[in-house]
Design a protein around this ligand. Sequence first.
Ligand code: TYD
Length: 410
Amino acid sequence: MILKTEVCRFCESDIESVINFGKMPIANGFISSVDLDNEYFFNLEAAYCPRCTLFQLVEMPDPKILFNQNYAYHSGESNSMQLHFSKICDLLINKYNLNKNHFCVEIGNNDGGIVEYLNLKGFSHLGVDPSKNVSDIAKGKGINVLNDYFSLETSNKIIQSNSKADFILAANALAHIPDLYSVFSGIENLLTDKGIFITEDPYLLDVLNKTSYDQIYDEHVFIFSLTSMQNICNKCNLEIFDVEHVNTAGGSLRYFISKKNVYKKSSNFNKFLNYENDKNLLDTNTYKLFSNNCLNSKNTTIDLFDKILSENNSICGYGATSKSTTIFNYCNIDTKYIKFITDTTKIKQNKLSPGMHIPIYDYEYFQKNRTDYCFLLAWNLKDEIFDKEKDNFSINGQWITHIPTAQILK
Ligand code: TYD
């Protein structure tokens, strides 16, 4: 089932199309060769709302198709994400005086998340995630979990079985949930009077500035900005009182949210709001420029690949990311260009990439079958990967990136 909209998914005003990528498979839909006949496709088109600025997908596959017992994204695969989560735990302790009487809820904690570190330090917590396989992994680590979608109804269940929450946390989770009213009403309901909700997601300004169009895929039904997040909070009796930029997930904005009139607004809040005003998020031309940049990125990526192949060199992909599904299908990149993709996630290995059917192999295969070039698909984890590869692939191999423009990295 497709959830299609012609009006803003939040404020119900008419939306304006930004870019149509055409037929697209499920981003995390890594597929076995026997299942190719049953591959699921939808139309990937992004739009923005000229009234509330919310950047969103026009069509979205039903979340039940995306978040199920075979969910392929496991945050535990990245050391830098683990470090990031542990730092959020430290932030709660050091800046917000988290203590053993507080109760923390994480929305979309995947196979561990921030609550993994709260659990290790003995804090009262609950991780809520709809995908059974990752939720089971988290449970196996001793984390308290609720295998469910977060909604107003779920918030009532949590209040009944536990209590209201002093802290609610989410990292790369809210952008995945189409019913924002239900989620934000649930947050407002679940938070204690002085409770704090800390959430972070890929930042629209990073996507526009870096032409990181691969952030647009089925699970990212929204790409937020401070302006759009403020409009959402305002309607749901919540208020953003602070904001900070973080480098994870390709550039994200972290929002600190509470009930209205509880905390004083920070100077950073005004700084980012002014920055967004200067960037004209309500102007059609901003999005026209982005759309042109995407087309340019597609053409220059293919030109670069053609040049590399014409010199008899080979290319593989590094990291079978959800993002790469948009790149490969939009740019029509298949095994003609990319021999294979390497990925450390077991559930993705020995499967084919969605749509373009590039084989995915483990790290050992990558080491034994060296290519001349490697396309950095997990560009958001560049530091971690380059550190790992400095004495391996990087000795003789060369890296390709498409961020912010297609190029060979020196
Ligand atoms: P991720 O950055 O989470 O991107 P997305 O949200 O678009 O899926 O995915 C990173 C992928 O890269 C993940 O499948 C694990 C893989 N990976 C490796 O194969 N090797 C590595 O060293 C690292 C850090 C990640």
